[in-house]
Design a protein around this ligand. Structure first.
Ligand code: SF4
Ligand code: SF4
Ligand code: SF4
Length: 378
């Protein structure tokens, strides 16, 4: 997915020129812009690590009306026309399929030929509705696995693990890419290699993991930088073994940007000789190529970054927010550690985890083990 970097160069004044090339990570050079859109908070689960229920488990659940949903599409389309991009939606919730107008939205996206991914639960998927989703333009369906069976069901609900694995085959059968995402914390970090074996065995098309973001009640993920590096080393070994196994259909997405640090250390990532000083080539998407819309209409720079509200989709034009309020999330010189790091242009870790841990978007990534004053090679 190619982002709005070049555009941001023209419309912002941070003194950094920017160019993005997500060819490797996203597998496409299409000029899409990603809108992560939470249409409802309704959900059959109450996961222990859910952002929606983390601070107030008894809150009233929000959902957009159908009229509001149409306004979101129109606002996003205007954004894309303004900046010469094509919209791509990540439709999520809650479980988006529980929204009473879910299928109206699917038909609207079909009519407008806007592609999308669904991030949802397994519980309401049938062969019939998966076929319909495919017909409406659904590219990918992402499910979560947060541990081996006992841990996953403890995080989510009894039966969730088996049902998730069962639905992977149905998603594939409908011609939709089946994606599995794991949220890693100190509770499940030791189970990640076993999760990889499980998703390969159950033929997920894509597997990735991201780190848990501490909420205001907590101060850390409980994972040290060295432990996290050891996890990446173990996963890298497994990924490479599976790559040479002709029976493995799973593609491993090295999603966390600390993969760049690890790959740099082992020589799998090299700073291109053509790289120019002051350019941004990849890394954290916050403030440069995605935006999140909540069921209340609130627009966030990133859903995982606490308090990153930049406006409201019913009151503001997204195209205006992008060049004003979102600016606060792309001042790369403010990163306390990354600004001194040779991988700044390709990494920046996960500022959501930094914000959750230290209360500062620009603080150092708590799992980054880099010695930015050293040569950073293993
Ligand atoms: S399935 Fe998603 S939205 Fe529902 S409780 Fe779990 S994390 Fe939250
Ligand atoms: S200092 Fe920042 S840019 Fe450098 S490796 Fe760590 S997180 Fe990545
Ligand atoms: S803050 Fe973290 S979750 Fe948000 S876009 Fe950046 S890397 Fe991704």
């Amino acid at each position: 997915m190619k982002c709005l970097g070049e555009l941001a160069e023209a419309i912002t004044n941070v003194g950094f020129s920017m160019y993005f090339n997500y060819e490797k990570e996203e597998g496409s050079m299409s000029q899409y812009f990603a809108f992560q859109w939470h249409i409802t908070e309704e959900c059959d689960q109450r996961c222990k690590h859910c952002y929606i229920f983390a601070e107030n488990a008894c809150k009233k659940l929000d959902a957009m009306t159908w009229d509001e949903m149409q306004k979101v599409v129109e606002n996003a389309e205007e954004f894309c026309v303004t900046y010469g991009r094509r919209p791509y939606f990540y439709i999520t919730g809650g479980d988006p399929i529980l929204h009473p107008n879910f299928w109206d939205l699917m038909e609207l996206l079909k009519e407008k030929k806007i592609p999308f991914t669904i991030l949802g639960n397994p519980f309401h998927l049938t062969d019939e509705n998966l076929k319909r989703l495919k017909d409406c333009g659904c590219d990918k369906y992402q499910l979560s696995i947060d541990g081996l069976k006992e841990t996953h069901d403890w995080f989510r609900k009894p039966g969730s693990f088996d049902e998730t694995l069962e639905k992977l085959g149905m998603i594939r059968k409908a011609g939709i890419t089946a994606v599995v995402m794991t949220t890693v914390s100190d509770v499940n970090i030791k189970e990640v290699p076993g999760i990889i074996d499980t998703v390969v065995k159950n033929k997920a098309d894509v597997f990735a993991f991201a780190r848990y973001v501490p909420t205001s009640d907590e101060k850390s993920t409980g994972v040290s930088p060295q432990e996290y590096r050891e996890l990446l080393a173990a996963c890298d070994k497994k990924y490479k073994e599976y790559k040479n196994n002709p029976d493995c259909v799973t593609i491993f997405n090295r999603k966390d940007h600390l993969w760049t640090l690890y790959r740099y250390e082992i020589g799998d990532f090299k700073i291109p000789e053509t790289a120019k000083e002051g350019m941004i080539y990849g890394g954290c998407h916050c403030g440069n190529c995605h935006i999140t819309i909540l069921p209340t209409g609130e627009v966030y720079a990133c859903r995982r970054v606490a308090d990153s509200k930049v406006g409201n989709v019913f009151e503001d034009r997204l195209k205006d927010l992008w060049v004003k309020q979102v600016e606060d999330y792309r001042d790369y010189r403010k990163f306390s550690k990354c600004s001194k790091c040779k991988l700044l242009a390709w990494c920046r870790g996960c500022p959501a985890v930094a914000k959750g841990t230290y209360g500062d978007f620009y603080a150092e990534d708590p799992q980054c083990w880099a010695d930015v004053d050293g040569d950073m090679r293993a």
